[in-house]
Design a protein around this ligand. Structure first.
Ligand code: C5P
Length: 238
């Protein structure tokens, strides 16, 4: 299979609160994007890498060029899904499959990339890494009495059935392209509700296979996540 790896790095980083795009936040001595790209390249799972950067960005483009001048860069969109769509539009001809990875997951181990790639090689049209959840998860709804609390429990899904999903998410390229094209018809609320690529192919009846993710593959969202990642980077586990 000829595989392209898309790394989405066009998020604003608002919840991290550093006043810069999240992929530029420093972990150890380097931006998150540099860590993520080194992981992608070390895993050797694809023929090319395409990084989606914030519109008008020069710093993250420079990070890419510094790591490998062959990395393709493209401007991001207003949602994650738009950003992935922009990358799908610029991939060169001849690719069979794609891995979509978050720049916000700087410590994803090579084995996770390999598990995803192996499932594609075995014929999966869609495959995502996942972990069993440790917390009990509730579905919430607006409270009957908002004077007490804004929300109340709607129901409790069985924990054994739940998985927390990560990236890289792997797809047959034509399958993901078709799903993204259909999603361009979505209104803003529907578009904002697309939080991963697998959702788009699931809703079209494609089997999405699950492989084992990693606790090291945490997504950096808040300042606490960055502290945990710093500790993982320094500690023996990473
Ligand atoms: O916001 P969230 O943490 O879910 O973003 C996940 C990934 O998607 C991040 O790597 C972020 O840079 C990327 N993203 C993007 N374009 C957007 C929003 C998020 O590339 N408009």
């Amino acid at each position: 299979l000829r595989v392209a790896v898309i790394v989405v790095a066009a998020g604003s980083g608002e919840r991290l609160g550093q006043g810069q795009p999240k992929a530029q936040a420093t972990l150890g001595a380097e931006p998150l994007l540099a860590h993520a790209l080194r992981g992608v390249l070390a895993a050797r799972v694809g023929q090319l890498v395409c990084v989606v950067v914030p519109r008008g960005d020069t710093e993250l483009r420079a990070v890419c060029a510094g790591i490998d001048p062959e990395i393709i860069t493209v401007d991001g969109g207003s949602t994650r899904s738009d950003s992935v769509g922009n990358a799908l539009a610029v991939l060169p001809e001849g690719m069979d499959a794609v891995l979509v990875h978050d720049a916000a997951r700087p410590l994803t181990p090579e084995e996770v990339f390999h598990r995803v790639r192996n499932a594609l090689d075995a014929g999966a049209k869609a495959v995502i890494p996942a972990l069993a959840v440790v917390d009990t998860i509730k579905r919430a709804q607006p409270a009957a009495d908002p004077g007490i609390a804004p929300e109340q429990v709607h129901s409790t899904p069985q924990r054994e059935e739940l998985r927390a999903v990560q990236t890289p998410q792997g797809f047959d390229l034509a399958t993901l392209r078709t799903a993204h094209e259909a999603a361009t018809m979505f209104d803003d609320a529907q578009a904002a509700a697309i939080t991963d690529d697998a959702m788009l192919v699931e809703s079209r009846g494609v089997s999405v296979f699950l492989v084992r993710g990693s606790e090291l593959s945490l997504k950096i969202t808040t300042p606490t996540d960055l502290l945990i990642a710093e500790a993982l980077l320094e500690g023996p586990a990473a």
